[in-house]
Design a protein. Sequence first.
Length: 517
Amino acid sequence: MSKIRVRFAPSPTGYLHIGSLRTALYDYLFAQKNDGDFILKIEDTDRKRFVDGAVESLIKSLDLLGLKRNEGVFQKTINKNNDRPVLNSKNYPGILEVGDYGPYIQSEKIEIYKKYAEELIKKGYAYYCFCTQERLEEMRRDQSVMKKPPIYDRYCLKNISEKEINQKLKEKCSYVVRLKMPQDETLEFEDMVRGKVKFETNLVDDTVLLKSDGFPTYHLANVIDDYEMKVTHVIRGEEWLSSVPKHLILYRYFGWTPPQFAHLPLLLNADKSKLSKRQGDVAVEDYLKKGYLKEALLNFVAFLGWNPGKGETQEIFTLEELVEKFDFSHVHKSGAVFDIKKLDWTNSQWIKKMSLDELWSRTGIFLKIKEFYKNWSEKNKNWSNKEKEEYEKKVLTLERERLVKLSEVGESNKFFFEDIVYDKNLLKWKDMNDEKLKNNLKKARKILSAISKKEWKRKNLEKNLLEASEENRGEFLWPLRVALTGEQKSPPPFECAWVLGKEETLKRIEKALNLFL
Ligand code: GLU
């Protein structure tokens, strides 16, 4: 069997869509699993939708997520010690094209597509169409009134002689080239996800192959690329399923064997409508900016349309584990709902799983921009970086169990970074009186003063405070906890004292006591 070759073929429209990420991920998993090649090519022939900088940002996102390709377009920073040809992209200065089957960017292949289109015309498989926009609109209006399918009526195929065509071409009349679909045929193919799929050719439009600006359409360019790049498996979203009959006919007319197809289920909003920007973010970059981990995002996206099979209860997978498990037999046909709660859960699981060092370094960029952190850092500018790191790691130790997104770091425990403004009543447990409250805070102060800085450890603080709390824990621990945090809810007092350190803990108790002088 020939080597498996898959390609991810995004159009640079501005950002990496969640659905595109899923396609790229399945491409990656399938290629890795089968020791195949994973190619990145760029479909940039639709100049109306083109966004400057989008190609570069797409590549950056894929690299950031760790979806490694071994062929196609790359950032210029890649290691050039490669045994394959490396070219500078003609149209994108920051980009390299690596591999034997380039160019990997459609806008750099315009002449090639033209040549193939001319070959089809010569063989009678495609034809010139000079219809104006007005004529096409009128035709569509009539079709809609007569409830006929909206397909081209072949006016130019039926009514224009070769002589007229040559004359029009000489006069530089505007034209497109259309595919001549065979009639009265049922086309059938086996999709790796959907099984047998059939199409009636009479219902398929004579699609445009070359546009009036000389650029190819998606259909022509896509088929030529896949053939020239020796792609064996085309993996893409279900929205492209209706293109297959056009592609199959192109393969037939050129005399090429079509690749295998896998059309992935639609991504849906919770209300089952198609996943759209209107109902929330669809750009991968936005999720990363919001504090979702790349590992969690990949893990979550893998499950949008796939599962590891019956009896498999594991839900948290690394990329390597996904490669191991991935299989098209477990890709579903029905639409996959994008459930943000599931993404949150997956993210929180990854946060719990990650080492403290890793979590600290990943939360850094989110923490450092927060006002409360900047003030704290300024106030403690005499602390060394090491001391700050240790303090932040302690905060994270308490926080990670409840952290959903990296961007929330410090938010639920701001009292570790800010001075507290006390609510006197909150310090009291139920209806305890001032006297009892003061005595209990003093008692806590005494116990804590006796613990040396060296012994200031989580377990030790817990043991000492619990032992001292006697029968009414609430009356002892509540005022202490509120003295340290100022909050209705927070981690227990021994944990907070551990983070704050001896000096600050005693200072806060003192401050609370001063309210009752
Ligand atoms: N350019 C298409 C897209 O952005 C690719 C479709 C295909 O893979 O054939 O989805």
